[in-house]
Design a protein around this ligand. Structure first.
Ligand code: NAP
Length: 247
C-alpha cells in the first residue's frame, strides 16, 4: 500500500498513541494532536525520531473548533492532504445523572462528540474534493454508545452520537469514495481504565468472554484494517472490539 497521511487525534496516550506508532512503523505519514504537552509526549517523540520527516504533532484541544482548523491546516501543509482520519481523543467524567455537574456533561460532549465532528468536517471537506478510494474516517467510539453504562450518561450519549455520526457520514461521503466506520472498544488497558480499583477490574475481567482486558494494539489492528483498502466495501459500521463483553 502506498504511504498515506494519517491524522490521529489524542495521539499522545493510549489507543491513539499505539495508532501513531503503528501507522508510522508501516511507513505512513502521521500527524497527531493532544490537549497538553506532557511526559507522555516527551516520551513518545524520541521514539518517532526515525520517522522524523513523516511526523507532525502539536497541541490542539479538539473541543475548540478554531484550534482544530489550525492544526488540520498545519498538518496538511506539512504532510499533504489527509487520507485517513482517526479520532481517538476522548475523556470520561463519570457520576450518576442526578449528581452529574453540568460542566461534566458539557465537557464530555464537547470533547468526545463535538471534537469528532470538528475533525470529521475538516477531513470531509479535504477528502470529498479528491474522490480517492483510499480515503477513510475511523471514529473511536465505545460499546457503551450502543449498550449504555450506569454512571456514564455523558460518555454514553457522546459515543452514541459518534455512532450516529459514523452512519450518517458514511451516507453523505460514500458517493465521494470516502468510507466512514466506528470502532467500539470494550475495556481496554490504558490510562483511562487505570483509575478502576482492583475489584472493578476483576469484575470487568469476569464479564469478558476472553477473560482479559483488551490492549491498545487489539484496537489498533481493527483501526488499521478499517483504514485500509482491505476494507474497501465496508462503510457505515460500528465494529465492536471487546473480547466478547457484549453481544
Ligand atoms: P487515554 O489513554 O486517556 O488517552 C486519551 C488521549 O486523548 C490522550 O492523548 C489525550 O491527550 C487526548 N485528549 C483528551 N482530551 C483531549 C482534547 N480535548 N483535545 C485533544 N486531545 C485530547 O484514553 P484511551 O483509553 O486511549 O481512549 C482513547 C479513545 O478510546 C477515547 O475516545 C475513548 O473514549 C475510547 N475508548 C477507550 C476505552 C478504554 O477502555 N480505554 C474503551 C472504549 C472506548 P492529553 O494527554 O493531552 O489529555
Amino acid at each position: 500500500m502506498t504511504a498515506r497521511h494519517v491524522l490521529i487525534t489524542g495521539g499522545s496516550r493510549g489507543i491513539g498513541r499505539a495508532a501513531v506508532e503503528s501507522f508510522a512503523a508501516r511507513g505512513d505519514r502521521v500527524s497527531f494532536c493532544y490537549r497538553q504537552a506532557s511526559n507522555a509526549v516527551d516520551e513518545l517523540v524520541p521514539r518517532l525520531q526515525q520517522y522524523d520527516q513523516n511526523v507532525f504533532h502539536g497541541r490542539c484541544d479538539v473541543s475548540v473548533a478554531s484550534e482544530c482548523q489550525t492544526f488540520f491546516r498545519q498538518a496538511e501543509s506539512t504532510l499533504g492532504p489527509v487520507d485517513v482520519l482517526v479520532t481517538s481523543a476522548g475523556i470520561v467524567r463519570d457520576s450518576p445523572i442526578a449528581l452529574m455537574p453540568v460542566e461534566d456533561w458539557e465537557g464530555v460532549i464537547q470533547t468526545n462528540l463535538s471534537g469528532t465532528f470538528h475533525f470529521s468536517r475538516l477531513a470531509a471537506f479535504s477528502m470529498m474534493k479528491r474522490r480517492d478510494t483510499s480515503t477513510a474516517l475511523v471514529l473511536v467510539s465505545s460499546i457503551v454508545g450502543s449498550h449504555g453504562n450506569r454512571g456514564q450518561a455523558n460518555y454514553s450519549a457522546s459515543k452514541g452520537g459518534v455512532n450516529a455520526l459514523a452512519r450518517t457520514l458514511s451516507k453523505e461521503l460514500g458517493p465521494y469514495n470516502v468510507r466512514v466506520n466506528a470502532v467500539a472498544p470494550g475495556f481496554i488497558d490504558t490510562e483511562m481504565t487505570t483509575e478502576f480499583d482492583e475489584a472493578t477490574r476483576q469484575k470487568a475481567q469476569e464479564s469478558i468472554s476472553l477473560r482479559r482486558l483488551g490492549t491498545a494494539q487489539d484496537v489498533v489492528r481493527l483501526i488499521e484494517f478499517l483504514a485500509s483498502d482491505e476494507a474497501s466495501y465496508i462503510t457505515g459500521q460500528v465494529v465492536q472490539v471487546d473480547g466478547g463483553l457484549v453481544m
